[in-house]
Design a binder for this molecule. Structure first.
Ligand SMILES: C[S@@+](CC[C@H](N)C(=O)[O-])C[C@H]1O[C@@H](n2cnc3c(N)ncnc32)[C@H](O)[C@@H]1O
Length: 191
């Protein structure tokens, strides 16, 4: 059984279920727009995927305190040998300022509107704008605004050191990066 936390439209659950035909998954997110897209585009995958609408108490990136709580709960819920994977931008250790600068310089170039426009890819802002122009999107967008009301985006999301320390404190016996492009990485933790 796999659980996709902050699943968005469920692209990771979809791939996981395609790769492991015997697996089942639960996909969790707070955003009614993402869930509607996921339910419509990915669906229930022959009853193997369940969609759950829930507030996991963070917005885009996790603050250290909810992150610690979440990892603590996952540490209790997962059986020994169970795996937790987290894919995100996780800042380098503060003792690696050159790595941080290098990574930021590359990201600053990659995440411009022009860099998206060249291969004809929409930015997230353009996508939301286009979505808002669809008349039937209005109720979903209103619901989304209500769900996110009062939530704030964190200025500096927790870095790799915070994730690793919180996972170890939660009882994960192996924690390490298994994929990485600069600060964008996938962390694997083994319970
Ligand atoms: C960067 S997207 C993740 C996308 C997804 N992992 C994928 O690969 O498509 C972040 C997601 O976190 C969700 N999110 C933010 N705060 C949340 C909360 N408090 N509870 C549940 N989901 C939340 C957002 O709705 C959004 O879908």
């Amino acid at each position: 059984m796999a659980v996709g936390l902050v699943c968005g439209p469920g692209s990771i659950s979809q791939r996981l279920l395609a790769r492991f035909p015997g697996a089942r998954a639960v996909a969790v997110d707070i955003d009614p727009v993402m869930l509607a897209i996921g339910r419509g585009a990915v669906g229930a995958v022959d009853g193997r995927l369940r969609w759950v609408e829930a507030d996991l108490a963070w917005r885009d990136w996790l603050e250290p305190e909810p992150l610690t709580r979440l990892y603590h709960d996952l540490g209790r819920l997962l059986r020994p040998g169970g795996l937790f994977l987290s894919g995100d931008h996780m800042a380098y250790d503060p003792a690696l300022p050159t790595f941080t600068r290098l990574s930021q310089r590359v990201l600053d170039k990659q995440w411009t509107d022009a860099a998206f426009a060249e291969p004809g890819i929409e930015t997230a802002e353009q996508w939301w704008e286009a979505f808002a122009s669809v008349p039937s999107a209005a109720p979903l967008l209103a619901e989304r605004a209500a769900r996110f009301a009062g939530k704030r985006r964190q200025e500096s999301p927790p870095g790799l050191d915070v994730h690793v320390a919180a996972l170890r404190a939660a009882g994960f016996r192996e924690v390490g990066t298994i994929w990485q492009v600069l600060s964008n990485r996938v962390l694997l933790a083994v319970r």
